[in-house]
Design a protein around this ligand. Structure first.
Ligand code: ZN
Ligand code: ZN
Length: 339
């Protein structure tokens, strides 16, 4: 079967791979129909996230169920589903607490499309993908929703949701700062979701004209230029910069007893943080991987309600066959649609 492989920075290509089969009774075999890029895919391609290739790419998308093992109850062949990027069983002690990124029944960090970081589970830019624990991992596509609109429901949309939704629920109308530039689409989604969820003020700081224009369309007030030391303060801050200066800006700009969340991944063994400022302000700092499967239904609800439209973030909507070429243009968000 055909699959899109990351080979090395600047090189992705279609190749032939082994067709997956049902193995366990809870497995499903799915055919990806619409696949989106995650922010980390761009990092692989531009070389800022250093991992060895080749490996099959893609971990966000909507697929059609092709076949299911005898233990699968919630989906059937022909169903269209959003596939959470992380594998989770839905039944262990962690999953039942919503910590689906850290399921005890699968290897640590198990996820699709990132073989060197997450194991060998296949990528979504493929003709077929085997989905273990299908009842837990797959969520039916809601009626009347375009698959292209929710393709990032697998990962980047719930990643953005967790940075603002629980904190705005606790403090309705609170102010939000998003520091963009690293996890491009997560930062932009977070700004749009903050607006949709009733934030008072939503400021988005970045230096890139293309992303600033999208942030404006998402309803944010944009702050252009190099990162200052401090802004605000804001009740809720989001670091999507993947830049220690951006992280420090978000942490210093969080008001006393506010909440800061960092989604930009810091691969270096140590990253400085302004701990004294954090101590004085008494802020709560969250970092960590999203529990994508847990927040996916709420994300789909926010989109189907019409309150939040993720489409301005999609800069490249392309035919399936054009995905390899378009990936090299470093889209903010690429969505590839199979004919
Ligand atoms: Zn991802
Ligand atoms: Zn589990």
């Amino acid at each position: 079967m055909q699959q899109l492989m990351f080979v090395k920075p600047g090189q992705v290509e279609w190749g032939d791979g082994p067709e997956p089969m049902l193995i366990d009774e809870g497995d499903a075999l799915v055919r990806p129909l619409v696949v989106a890029t995650c922010d980390i895919d761009r990092g692989f391609i531009d070389g800022t996230v250093r991992v060895p290739g080749p490996f099959p790419l893609g971990h966000e998308g909507v697929a059609e169920v092709v076949s299911t093992g005898p233990g699968v109850r919630s989906v059937a062949p022909g169903d269209r589903v959003v596939v959470a990027f992380q594998l989770s069983c839905g039944r262990c002690e962690r999953c039942t607490r919503g910590l689906t990124s850290s399921c005890l029944a699968v290897p640590p960090r198990a996820a699709f499309g990132m073989e060197p970081l997450a194991g060998k589970w296949g990528g979504f830019f493929s003709d077929f993908v085997r989905v273990p624990h299908a009842d837990a991992v797959l969520v039916k596509l809601p009626e009347g929703v375009s698959p292209a609109a929710v393709a990032s429901g697998s990962d980047n949309l719930p990643d953005a949701y967790r940075t603002v939704a629980p904190h705005l629920a606790a403090r309705p109308g609170a102010s939000v700062l998003v520091v963009g530039g690293g996890a491009w689409s997560v930062g932009l989604y977070a700004a749009g979701m903050a607006r949709a969820l009733g934030a008072g003020r939503v400021d988005y700081v970045d230096h890139d004209p293309r992303r600033l224009a999208i942030a404006e369309r998402m309803g944010a007030h944009v702050i252009d230029g190099p990162l200052p030391e401090r802004l605000g303060p804001y009740a809720i801050t989001v670091d999507a910069s993947a830049n220690p200066a951006g992280l420090a800006l978000a942490l210093r700009s969080t008001e006393p007893y506010g909440v800061a969340t960092s989604v930009g991944i810091y691969f270096q063994p140590q990253t400085p943080v302004p701990l004294y400022d954090m101590f004085v302000s008494g802020i709560t700092f969250h970092t960590g991987r999203a529990n994508a499967r847990t927040d996916l239904p709420a994300v789909l609800g926010l989109i189907t309600s019409g309150k939040f439209d993720p489409s301005p973030v999609t800069t490249h909507l392309v035919n399936w066959e054009d995905a390899a070429r378009a990936l090299l243009e470093l889209p903010v968000k690429l969505v590839a649609v199979r004919e």
